[in-house]
Design a protein around this ligand. Sequence first.
Ligand code: HPA
Length: 273
Amino acid sequence: MNEMYKKLATCLKSVREKTDFQPEVALILGSGLGDYAEGIRMEAAIDYGEIAGFPTSTVPGHKGRFVFGYVGEVPVVIMQGRVHYYEGYPMSEVVLPTRLMGMLGAKKLILTNAAGGVNYYYRPGDFMLIADHITSFVPSPLVGANMDELGVRFPDMSEVYSARMREIVRAEARKLGISLKEGVYVQLTGPAYETPAEIRMVRSLGADAVGMSTACEAMAARHVGLEVCGISCITNMAAGMTLQKLSHAEVQETADRVAGQFKELVTAVVGKI
Ligand code: HPA
């Protein structure tokens, strides 16, 4: 058996010793949504540190735990805090929690993140439904021996972000009066923000938003057969688009400012998918 699969099996066992909760929907919370998990009907919570061999986040302000519970009537597992490639973990570790949520029984995944706006029509505070992504600048999480238990060697990626789920997100945003952009997310490694030249490059390649997460998780999720959707909170205009310098403080400030709307949208979407 593949080493990574063994590790996943160990993690699964470790979680199952603590809870037998059966999630239907998995959620990964990005900046600004971190406390969303506290607002749900919580049944169990497991710190990443309690799971043998689990990668733990090193970013200040990023919590690290799985929360199990209900959003309305829907059983969910929430990753409160994700692991990023820039923290030094190999991609296979970065997506371990995503795969684990699939193994726990989740069928659908909602990804959220904070992202820089690359499209000149975007503004800080906008939400962008992810229509597609570009992962070509970061290593694929599927490199290495294929885990046949999870999925096929050459998975199709022609519809990573489910058209069905995107229609639901659009409809729920409309009902809530939340304006929603839709575009292409490009994942870069970070941790430095991009240069203006890099932003011009990714714009010319078709990107509308830029970030340091998400696409690798979406790819691993599709590999295990999860239905995926993703929503970015545009926290800032990307480098070189305004005179302003970029900072984590600005990213957090914007994310916090629109967190209420972001939570409303996520709750509505979970109820409909
Ligand atoms: N670049 C990369 N990642 C980000 C940004 C950005 O401008 N904003 C929030 N996450």
